[in-house]
Write a new protein. Structure first.
Lengths: 545, 501
């Protein structure tokens, strides 16, 4: 392939771009249409076959009479079902721990558990966590700090690649609170070491917040008195303590729920609960709190049985094992506002089979869907932007072969703000593809394009770049069995959208296929150099994102 | 639509079956028993612990949860629940003046020497099986106390053992607020061998730690009084004092609004707190344990403090070396209001036989001995207007025993609170088979659903955890610490009951 030919192709692409509306010129044009697909628009609202059109990250149209526009990249959705992308209203991120001897900032609260001023945003972006959630069908997640009592300001982000800022939907959606003793990285000599001590600290802190507000206004009225010191913690608690910001209490059991609801009432907070799964035990009390519940679905495992030997298990535990999957149904039947979360599951993917279990025990499929789409959207105050497959909403979708709420759901892809993420079952790596690969990429219109792929690191933590046409881009690279999957943004090559390629690796040979903004690709190639033994660079988590 | 009578019959059967007696082993599954409009127990020996003394072949009439009359051959309203008490004894529901039986989380906030801001009220554990077991021993009221790791510890909570109720439903309405103090080894901790050294480490320091807080509370109160007097609250142009929940509680002690229950053993420390209380102008409602109380009984009586002690529990630490089983009787004889407490969730199931020991040691009358676990603790908690004796107008909290209440062959047949039968031994026995059957059915269900999963799981013997040993090593951190990092002597975790005594 000659350099001249490339230049010609380039020029055509450039011209096509320039012809686009000027406001869009600097941005990649992102127009996609999934055709012939079954659309679950919202709980209880199904279009048996239709088209979903996405433009610039929004749903432009969705329905049976919708036609794909001429500029859309087409995706055949025949036999597939598209749902609104799932929304997780409660995920947590670790923030740097205070170590022994660390001094809290002077302006902060004396107790290290009280960090209401901490904004999670700098820690909210986590490519690996986002990928895991996407594989479970999630496209949006609320993120809170993991440790502490007053854990700080939570954010809501979409789960696309890029920084948290790029994906941010909302900052400060809630002050997350755990009224429990001890946080991360602290010795148990620190106050409080008991639950009742934690309650006392909570109460004193909110009392302080109310005092701070009065003190500030008194000082503003009359500055001829001892100056009031600035306090970042109490400052940032004002919106929560005055009932304008949501306070989300994390609970471990039903007594926590009742206790936290009392505290919310005592201080007139706008509150919600992260549930425990045993709300059914005191359902009337829980209902009477009037609080919305974000409900984890970590149903207990049954006892370990060893033949006919009576296991050493209490009737209480057996009852809970039996009753827990009915908890979602019972809460909804009682009229409680429930959203579901993957929190407390070892793998977020388990949310779908667990919802299937709850459905077997009386939850309706519509309730299940609402609990992972429309209810959390409303809970997060984002019902105008996410939660349904409707024109004007963000193009956050999950595409499934079959139903979503089954033991083994077959999620094919998720779309986050109009960007496609193919979901594949990953298997243990059988190859180590690090090295330099010379590839030939055959385009849909029959052209051959040479490229060089360089990969570093072990199969579970690959980094690398791809070079072609004198340009290069960073790639994401993952291995499943003997398959290498790479992805990269076409921007560096003047192409509006993402490239993906799946290569079957056989020794030093690679064959496979891929997809690009301008159509399907086939790929062949071979490895020309391998990293010398023992000099494999340390695994890095820095997969290009 | 035509009704199918067969179906209706089935429905009513299904509805009737799952209603168990109130006393399920799980509180949330237990229903609150009905309160009959009227109940009368007849022909029983009634120990009133009150002015009516003991009534042989007596009747007690209850209406809407309150005692109406006691006597012989009482007329009862139509429809009253009649209970034949022939050969049985009726006493007031027993009261445990020192309990930790139903608290969620640690019983001590042991990090600071003074933690007056913490409240047991926030952590009452309505789900603890201790409550049901203690009901079965005739207990109806308990004073849930903070632990003894602090010179001024947390605020206590008096509860009724209403099995099945949520935490709010357990609270003893109208019981005055109180607070736990502690003196001696537990707050000073000088012999605990832990790395952490918390001030104070001497008995002098314990006194000082209390005095310092009372002085701070006076100062705090003065600041508030001045602020309130200045009218600045209305103009809101002066920065108000910051509310301090710890000092609030201590101010309430000074104002006589909060009862002090102080853990203590030795005569010197008992005198110390009496002097300090006299100096600051408040009364100590009760000394707890108070095992050397017999040495300072006159001083206790003069101050007006109650003494809540053990019947015969000693030799568990050095500072209790002078304990004697005659303590309760001797203090009673010198005019001190004495109660016997459990400080232990198991002992609280048989406080009646604890009381009986005062007859054996010191020769208290049987009536006075029973008062050690009925009216006397009620007086110490300032709830004698509602409970503690069988008198017209008081709460219908009573126990029907199958024999003499001070005999260790006797058991409680029924325990009533607020005119509701919370425990019935016959119901409990009847329910046991049902529970065994329920458990069996659940196991069978579990077996069926686990069959597949179990197949995948091979023996996990290889993963067996190595046992963890407690070793004396160069690293001080590991000494006296269990694998959970908690102190084996129990200040943080309730590992041993010695700590609480």
């Amino acid at each position: 392939m000659s350099r001249k030919f490339w230049l010609a192709t380039w020029s055509i692409a450039l011209l096509a771009w320039l012809a686009a509306p000027p406001a869009q010129a600097a941005k990649a044009v992102r127009v996609h249409a999934i055709t012939g697909v079954r659309i679950v628009v919202a709980p209880g609202k199904i279009v048996p076959e239709g088209t979903v059109v996405m433009r610039d990250g929004l749903i432009e149209a969705a329905g049976s009479g919708v036609k794909a526009p001429a500029d859309a990249r087409l995706w055949d959705g025949k036999g597939l079902t598209v749902y609104a992308g799932l929304i997780d209203p409660y995920t947590v991120r670790a923030t740097p721990e205070l170590k022994d001897g660390d001094k809290a900032p002077q302006w902060a609260n004396a107790n290290a558990l009280v960090r209401p001023e901490r904004d999670i945003l700098p820690w909210a972006g986590d490519a690996a966590a986002a990928k895991k959630l996407r594989e479970a069908g999630y496209t949006t997640a609320a993120v809170s700090a993991k440790d502490g009592m007053f854990r700080g300001q939570g954010a809501v982000i979409d789960l696309g690649d890029g920084s948290a800022q790029d994906n941010l939907l909302r900052t400060g959606f809630a002050q997350t609170v755990t009224v429990k003793p001890l946080g991360g990285g602290r010795d148990n000599d620190e106050y409080p070491a008991s639950l009742m001590g934690a309650v006392a600290l909570f109460r004193q802190t909110l009392s302080d917040a109310a005092w701070y507000s009065k003190a500030k206004s008194a000082y503003a009225k009359n500055p001829r008195q001892e100056r009031l010191s600035y306090n970042a913690a109490l400052e940032s608690l004002q919106s929560a303590s005055t009932g304008s910001q949501l306070v989300l209490f994390e609970t471990d059991d039903v007594l926590d729920a009742l206790r936290d609801a009392h505290l919310a009432q005592e201080f007139k907070l706008k509150a919600a609960l992260l549930g425990s799964g045993e709300e059914y035990k005191r359902l009337d009390d829980v209902k009477a709190t009037g609080l919305a519940i974000v409900l984890p679905l970590d149903f207990p495992k049954g006892p370990k049985l060893n033949g006919d030997k009576d296991p050493n298990v209490e009737i209480e535990d057996l009852r809970h094992w039996d009753a827990a999957p009915e908890n979602p149904k019972k809460l909804l039947a009682a009229g409680v506002d429930v959203s579901f979360t993957s929190y407390r599951l070892d793998d977020p993917k388990t949310i779908l089979p667990n919802l299937a279990t709850a459905i077997k025990r009386g939850l309706t499929a519509d309730q299940a869907l609402a609990g992972v789409t429309t209810s959390p959207a409303r809970f997060l105050g984002l019902q105008d932007r996410i939660g349904t497959v409707e024109a004007g909403k963000l193009a956050n979708l999950v595409v499934v072969d079959g139903d979503l709420f089954v033991e083994k759901p077959k999620i094919r892809e998720v779309w986050v703000e109009g960007n496609r993420y193919e979901i594949k079952d990953s298997k243990p790596a059988e190859i180590e593809p690090a090295g330099t690969w010379e590839l030939t990429v055959k385009t849909a219109d029959g052209r051959d394009i040479p490229g060089v792929l360089e990969l570093k690191g072990k199969a579970d933590a690959l980094t690398g770049k791809i070079a072609a046409m004198g340009k290069s881009a960073e790639v994401t690279a993952t291995v499943s069995a003997s398959n290498l999957e790479i992805g990269f943004e076409g921007a560096a090559f003047g192409q509006p959208g993402a490239f993906t390629m799946t290569l079957e690796i056989n020794g030093d040979n690679a064959t496979g296929s891929g997809s690009s903004p301008s159509g399907a690709l086939t790929v062949t190639g071979s490895r020309t150099t391998k990293p010398s033994a023992g000099s494999t660079p340390p695994a890095s988590s820095g997969v290009a994102q | 639509m035509k009704l199918n009578p067969f179906k209706l019959t089935l429905c009513s059967l299904v509805l009737a079956a799952p209603i168990l007696a109130s006393g399920d082993p799980e509180a949330w599954k237990s229903t609150i028993p009905d309160q009959p409009a009227a109940v009368v127990v007849r022909h029983a020996t009634i120990w009133t612990s009150g002015p009516q003394g003991t009534i042989e072949d007596g009747d007690i009439l209850i209406q809407k949860g309150k005692i109406v009359t006691l006597g012989k051959g009482l007329a009862a309203p139509a429809g009253a629940v009649e209970i034949d008490g022939t050969g049985k004894h009726v006493t007031p529901g027993l009261i445990d003046e020192h309990s930790h039986a139903a608290i969620v989380g640690d019983v001590n906030e042991g990090t600071h020497i003074v933690t007056a801001e913490v409240r047991i009220h926030d952590v009452v554990n309505s789900e603890s099986i201790n409550l049901y077991r203690e009901l079965a021993g005739g207990l109806t009221t308990a004073n849930l106390l903070h632990g003894s790791a602090n010179s001024i510890g947390g605020q206590n909570q008096v509860i009724k053992l209403r099995w099945g109720a949520d935490p709010d439903g357990l609270m003893f309405a109208g019981a005055p607020e109180g607070i736990k103090f502690a003196l001696g080894e537990n707050p000073k901790q000088s012999n605990w061998g832990v790395e952490r050294k918390r001030y104070p480490q001497t008995r002098m320091g314990v006194e000082q730690s209390i005095r310092e807080r009372f002085l701070a509370a006076l100062d705090y109160k003065r600041t508030w009084d001045e602020y309130n007097k200045s009218g600045s609250q209305k103009t809101s142009d002066r920065v108000p004092p910051r509310r301090d929940l710890q000092l609030d509680a201590i101010v309430e002690i000074l104002e006589g609004k909060r009862l002090v229950h102080s853990h203590s053993y030795r005569a010197d420390e008992i005198l110390m707190l009496i002097h300090l209380a006299d100096e600051f102008g408040f009364k100590v409602a009760s000394f707890q344990h108070v095992l050397e109380g017999y040495k300072v009984a006159d001083e206790l009586a003069k101050h007006g403090a109650g003494a809540s002690t053990f019947s015969d529990w000693w030799a568990y630490k050095f500072e209790v070396i002078d304990a004697i089983p005659y303590n309760g009787s001797l203090m009673t004889q010198r005019g001190v209001n004495v109660s016997f407490n459990s400080d232990d969730s198991e002992l609280a199931r048989r406080l009646n036989t604890e009381a009986a020991k005062a007859v054996r040691y010191g020769g208290l009358s049987e009536v006075d001995a029973l008062k050690l676990v009925t009216i006397n603790p009620a007086i110490q908690l300032h709830i004698q207007g509602q409970v503690g004796s069988l008198e017209p107008g008081k709460d219908a909290d009573f126990v029907i025993w199958n024999g003499h209440p001070l005999s260790n062959y006797t058991r409680a047949d029924q325990t009533w609170i607020d005119g509701r039968k919370y425990f019935d031994r016959a119901d409990d026995l009847a329910q046991r088979d049902q529970l065994v059957a329920e458990r069996k059915a659940l196991l069978a269900k579990s077996k069926a659903s686990n069959k597949e999963k179990d197949k995948d799981k091979k023996s996990d013997g290889a993963e067996a955890k190595k046992p963890e040993y407690l070793l004396w090593s160069d690293n001080e951190d590991t000494t006296c610490r269990t694998e959970s990092g908690r102190n084996a002597h129990g200040i943080d975790g309730l590992d041993t009951q010695e700590v609480w005594q």
